[in-house]
Design a protein. Structure first.
Lengths: 416, 233
């Protein structure tokens, strides 16, 4: 009877009630989607590089090494000589390694010199490999492979001739040695998408007439001559290393960090990624905090709506009292209302979230490379819902207690 | 209606004093007031004279500062708040001036509402819906009204539904607070005819307050509120 009449009462105030439910649902949805984005961003982020056991670089901080080697952010302070790299590469523990050479750019996109092993060894999102979507990997000295985002933003096709600039932000171009696009990679959602990839030899080739970061005046070696030169790399910026046995990672890491000939650093990418996330994760926490505040605000809003309806419902309370309802029943009725409203809101917000994610998922994946898993409500979501309903009922205690006092003091004198 | 001795009083009030703690100097003082079982009493008084306060005291919504209120020989002012609520729904049918019903609920649910709170009144009837329908029929409410939303009814119909609700389960006492003031003259007399015949049938006691002296001839006894209230400290 009580439930039936409460429903009838809510139904009679359909417009106000549905607007309340709508408002609460939106804020709940906001919270849930931020939470979802947060966890998905974390997974995508930490999955930027996988199955690489160590990253090798010159002596620097682990986050900086991670930033320039994996995310192409910032610069290396020093290079590693090929001799040191070779010595490490030949250690028993090492199963494979991929050298990379950074420092040049093309229209704001980083140019990375490496060898063909990179396409085989670089894994992301739990072991996915890089795939070529058009054309082929580089074959000729002046071939270049573009990341998906580079090709898309610059609208480049296979065969397009491009010029590499010296340094990251510079007006000096290697315009005497144009490259040709030989292949375009599939989208990965990792920084690879924003990278222009050439061979290590090509990096050497474009720097033939350069010394200490500046072009030697008057010197211009023709391309034909360069092709005949020995272009094996003398320096690299960093290297990805895979070990034969995971048990030897720390031993190898220590060995590299204590390498006497040259100041080197090696990092475990997973650990460094986690450290980096701890820094940028602050933004996510901020978002989360904001959405919690939003939920709290709507809860207070709901309480205010119940509150403002109390005066016009004073009459109703008096009727309940005259029929023998104790003041506790009055509290019960209002709490039941809050329960129904908040319960409906959780249902509606789940539907909203599901629709929103289905619409936004491809776009977020394409634009930010964050893959959001659309799944049924997780245990954590349910827990949040239960907590939400409980707090909704607690908040509604405020108007309920007020109604309690109304109903005790009003008696039969009813102000309308 | 036979008038029985004092022990058969439904309402007995003994030197009851009451004043609101917050409201300036309003106070009432009732040295003695009795209503016999089965009696139909009209209490006349202008608005603001303390009628509603007196009814609230009798219904157990308010507690007297001093003195005793007996209903069916039970002192209700000694009951706990919960017991008072229970006593009220078991023994008293209440009809207000206006807006008696939960506007969003169906008429049938409004009529059956007291039964939700009172087991005593449930025991007095066999078929709840049938009884409600019969009461409506006797009060000349059309059958289809039962399943209508209360707010869809005219004021006159709503007041009659309120009578049906007050009477369901045969509570011994009916308290009516100016039930006709919202009705026009012709509707008033139809309403009172129907209400009186139903109350007589259920042998309930009626205490009704009004400011309208013209209603007097229908009642066993007419009392001026001023006569039972005593000015004083």
């Amino acid at each position: 009877m009580l439930l039936k009449l409460t429903f009838a009462s809510l139904y009679a105030r359909l417009l106000t009630v549905s607007m309340t439910v709508f408002a609460i649902s939106l804020s709940l949805m906001l919270y849930l989607s931020v939470e979802k984005l947060r966890t998905s961003a974390y997974t995508s982020f930490t999955d930027t590089i996988s199955q690489t056991d160590l990253i090798l670089g010159s002596r620097t901080s682990s986050i900086q090494l991670l930033l320039y080697s994996v995310f192409r952010v910032g610069n290396a302070t020093n290079n590693i000589t090929w001799e040191s790299y070779e010595e490490i590469m030949n250690k028993d523990e090492v199963e494979w390694s991929v050298p990379i050479s950074l420092g040049d750019s093309h229209k704001g996109f980083r140019v990375m010199g490496t060898n063909l092993d990179f396409f085989k060894r670089y894994k992301y999102r739990g072991g996915q490999s890089i795939k070529i979507s058009e054309g082929n990997y580089f074959d000729d000295l002046y071939d270049v492979v573009l990341g998906a985002a580079v090709a898309e933003k610059l609208k480049y096709n296979i065969g397009k001739s491009i010029i590499v600039s010296h340094g990251i932000k510079s007006f000096t171009d290697h315009d005497d040695q144009p490259f040709k696009v030989s292949g375009i990679l599939e989208k990965t959602g990792t920084p690879v998408d924003n990278t222009v990839i050439v061979s290590l030899e090509a990096i050497e080739a474009i720097h033939v007439d350069w010394s200490s970061g500046a072009k030697i005046p008057g010197q211009e070696t023709p391309i034909e001559e360069i092709r005949k030169m020995d272009l094996s790399a003398k320096n690299i910026t960093a290297a990805f290393i895979g070990v034969k046995s995971k048990l030897t990672i720390f031993k190898l890491q220590r060995w590299i960090n204590e390498y006497p000939e040259e100041a080197l650093t090696s990092i475990l990418p997973g650990v460094a990624l986690h450290e980096l996330w701890r820094i940028i994760g602050i933004v996510e926490n901020l978002l989360l905090g904001i959405s919690i505040v939003v939920i709290f605000t709507t809860l207070i809003g709901m309480s205010a709506i119940i509150f403002s309806s109390l005066n016009e419902r004073r009459r109703e309370m008096a009727i309940w009292r005259a029929m023998g309802a104790s003041p506790n029943v009055i509290i019960g009725i209002l709490m039941l209302e809050a329960f129904i409203i908040s319960f409906l809101s959780t249902l509606v917000s789940s539907i909203f979230l599901y629709i929103l994610l289905n619409i936004l998922q491809p776009w977020i994946d394409n634009t930010y490379g964050i893959l959001i898993n659309i799944e049924l409500l997780s245990f954590k979501d349910l827990l949040i819902f239960i907590l939400f309903i409980i707090s909704a009922m607690l908040v509604s205690l405020i108007p309920a207690i007020r109604a309690y006092w109304f109903s005790i003091n009003d008696g039969m004198t009813i102000k309308i | 209606m036979e008038k029985s001795n004092l022990n058969a009083n439904t309402i007995r009030i003994n030197s009851v004093k009451f004043h609101w703690s917050n409201k300036n100097d309003f106070k009432i003082n009732v040295p003695e007031f009795n209503v016999a079982r089965g009696e139909k009493v009209l209490l006349l008084g202008e608005s603001g004279s303390g009628k509603t306060t007196l009814l609230s005291l009798i219904c157990g919504f308010l507690n007297p500062i001093s003195g005793d209120i007996f209903l069916n020989n039970e002192t209700i002012n000694n009951l706990s708040a919960r017991e008072k609520d229970q006593y009220r729904c078991d023994n008293i049918g209440i009809i207000f001036q206006q807006f008696n019903l939960l506007p969003y609920a169906k008429v049938i649910d409004n009529i059956l509402l007291p039964l939700y709170f009172s087991k005593t009144r449930v025991q007095n009837i066999k078929d709840q819906k049938g009884t409600a329908a019969n009461l409506c029929k006797s009060l000349r409410l059309p059958d289809e009204v039962l399943n209508m939303q209360a707010s869809k009814l005219s004021v006159g119909q709503q007041q009659r539904v309120a009578v049906a609700r007050a009477l369901i389960g045969n509570p011994p006492l009916i308290i009516a607070d100016e039930p006709t003031s919202a009705l026009d003259k012709s509707a008033q007399s139809i309403f009172l005819d129907l209400m009186f015949s139903q109350i007589s049938e259920s042998h309930s006691t009626l205490l009704m307050v009004s400011h309208d002296e013209s209603l007097s001839q229908r009642f066993d006894r007419v009392i001026n509120l001023d006569d039972i209230l005593k000015e004083g400290d």
